[in-house]
Ligand binder design. Sequence first.
Ligand SMILES: [Zn+2]
Ligand SMILES: [Zn+2]
Length: 262
Amino acid sequence: MHIDLHNHTIFCHHATGCIDEYIQAAIAQGIDVYGFSCHSPMSFDKNFRMNLEEFSQYCQMLQTAKAHYADKIEILLGMEVDYILNHENLIEQAVLDYPFDYLIGSVHFLDDWGFDNPAFIKQYSQRNIEECWEQYLLSITKMAQSGLFQIVGHFDLLKIFGHKPKDIHQQSIKDALESIADNHLAIELNSAGWRKPIKESYPSKEILTQAFKLNIPITFGSDAHSVEQVGFKYQDLRHLALEVGYTQAVFFRQKQSVVIDI
Ligand SMILES: [Zn+2]
Ligand SMILES: [Zn+2]
């Protein structure tokens, strides 16, 4: 069964393509379960996300699409929500209250630094990258403990421009994975890293191997920001999962996990 739970649309103000175009691309690729996860509204970094007025429109349009395409593909309603350490209050209550199928929790910020945005890449040379990794991994740990999310987005995103975690971060990686396991979240295999300078999946094979040993469930996401990216490198992600030992994955309906064979 082919699933893809991480997809953006024009609602995010930095992705192209409308809901119908993404769904048609997903159907053409034989995707069985397809989820939308536009960036959630937030009073922060407002240029890269929908506003609250658009939020209700987003939900409504997805409900309509879900019914419209029900005989061809299962559409899931989700969001990608920023988790910023010590700023959980930025998460909009409306997002938490809406009956989404799932919420992806993602760390894109260390304090106010959007470290995955090429516009702010200069800050890497001004920061202590080892401290950044510790803060990043602590954010993931706390995010998993918050009880707000079903899926951890791109587990090792901080490597995006080539700064891979080192051996000294092993304990913090272990702590983050254990908190994900304890709180029953899934990790996504996200192919967007292959479109970035790091040129590898999120997470890496090493981290995925550790996740497998902890029985952490996986799901799949292309993190598409354009219609052409729907299903991006799905077979590579699937082979990676199989190599590590996974034979099953999960998706979520109304925040309850559904197990499938991959
Ligand atoms: Zn993201
Ligand atoms: Zn995303």
